[in-house]
Design a protein around this ligand. Sequence first.
Ligand code: GLA
Length: 741
Amino acid sequence: MMGIEWNASSGQLHLHNKQVSYVVRVLENGSIGQLHFGAPLARGRSYRHLGRAGFAGFSNRLDDPIALEYPTAGGGDYRMPALTIEQADGSSMLRLDYVSHRIFPGKAGIPGLPSTYVEADDEATSLEIELADGPSKARVTLSYTIFRDHPIVSRRVRIRNGGTSRLRITTAMSTSLDLPDDDWTLVQLSGAWARERHITNRRLAPGRQSTASLRGASGHEHDPSLILRRASTTETAGEAYGFSLVYSGNFLAEAEVGPFGTTRVRLGINPEGFAWILEPGADFATPEAVLAFSEAGLDGLSLAYHRLYRERLARGTWRDRARPVLINNWEGTYFAFDETKLVDIATVARDLGIELFVLDDGWFGARDDDTSSLGDWFVDRRKLPNGIDGLARRIEALGLRFGLWIEPEMVSQRSQLFAAHPDWAIGIPGRSRTESRDQFVLDLSRPEIVDHLFAVLSELLASAPISYIKWDMNRNITEPGSLGLPADRQGEFFHRYILGVYDLYARLTTAFPEILFESCAGGGGRFDPGLLAYAPQAWTSDDTDAIERLRIQWGASLIYPLSSMGAHVSAVPNHQTGRLTPIGMRAAVAFFGVFGYELDATSLSPAECAEVADQVAFYKDHRELLQRGRFVRLRSPFEGDGNETAWMTVSDDRRQAIVGFYRTLTRPNPGVNRLRLRELDAALRYRVTTWPARADTIERDNALVRGGDELTEIGLFLDVDRHEVATHGDYWAQLFVLEAE
Ligand code: GLA
């Protein structure tokens, strides 16, 4: 059962499904109080006693720790507000009073912004609560959706100017949630280029703790999300809340512990540098915040996000399709290639079973290095005399599909586009523009520039048999400002930029529904739910080192499904770390995602070719499980000494599973090691095989038929004979394939 209950006598609204309840109430003074979000509560009851009668600040008792649904400043709640609007008289206080509400089946979209959706109205129920501030005439609509099958409530807000003078919004959070205690550990996914989404834990302390972006992109540094868990919460037990923003621009994710030991979580567009002018009658929509709750540990949160984001955020032809095994030439050739070289790589790749050849950076303008030509999206005939079309047809004739790299949002100073339109690059008149990677960012807040890109790129995509696009974005914004906006609207620039990116994505993916789009931003610099709505997969990191990828993919898996994570095998020494890992280990890590290669296939030795052919065949055999299975984290690279990592993926019917075990440094004379599995069917018996197949203790101990109960309670045997361990060396990976009899 899922629905939204309205109790007129207590003014209570209860959003409920089997897994969560979200309860708010119209307080006596007209504001909306927050009573509960978390474990499911019985329907048909009043929870009025869980909240105070009204926000006491409005009756001259300041600082009261009441939980408010969409708090504003100026009325005695001194914690950070969710909404701030500067008004004609220069004040910015608001007091939002209940006007009405509406409950309806299904879920509405947000014009211009990506959001989760339903395919049938019975998948979700939605609520809109109308609020109004008297003096400013601001009207605020709080929108909620509860999904039938997920422990998730999504929230967003629309603000409308119902008056006759201008309003200027300076803070408009997508969600604010007041939790009744502060006994939480904040989990964030943070890092930098080549080491994205590492897990960081910190205990909440009084005051504000946050992650944010001011880069014009969600960024490598922090994921646009925030997770709270109890100190005792593990993967499989204990409470956890997730807050994830469907947005790709500047965000703020914050937890604030107030003076009475309560916790306020805010998530939305970063108020820093943001100001939006609302003319009379105009409205503004915030991005969607997706709130999840689990009583079954972090695993419960991840499961909820994986399912919702894979099935009801990603969309289009490729959402449910098996994704091709690709080979990308970037690390294989960098800028130094010609048609012959590419066809040679593709020919070897075809023989190894690879399905898609992707031509990366360097095919356009006169781009022999990264100092020129971005913006000139026409082929460089010196390298490719037969054009993209000629190359793509040769690749297709080999039996592979063809894919292409673009970086639409950029312009090089040395380019025809910049010569023709120097004013299209983002900048502030009177200030010099900062170059990064020798490039500027085009001002996608201006519709005419988005129109130009759409025209040029749709001509390119229609000109050749292109099956896949890698859409890169390799620098962040400096000197933020737009010539397309008047002085008083410059605060709208960053958000309008992202709206322009979404518009271009929407138009191209609609015009070319058969093309698979993969998003990228120097690896994981814009790996977020916003872009997942257009591109169902993203390049997780430029770092393809198998050991580094264990942490990156583990961290990303807290929120993102396997089907969204591009993961490739590259050459060694690794180009980011110089590390030498066996090719089998590189594959065993990259299998858990959307698999491919990032190397010059013509330089593989015969032995490596044999291994690659075996890897590709293995991945294809288990593709459904490896792209869409239920991902379960078993042993964390972030805990203990981090030397061992293990994870698994299980089919929905629990009849098949693949377990990955990875050891970074070898240990002599090792002790007993059992790896207990999860999500298997206790009543089934599973045939266990090892990959790669081997004639050793691991094989002897595990290649058996064993019960799901036993594998769960006792586990796989990872004890290695002390003589054999010397043959493994460092960087050892072992996969186990489980098939129910
Ligand atoms: C970024 C991407 C890489 C590659 C290069 C090309 O760094 O993340 O995969 O495409 O750009 O310049």
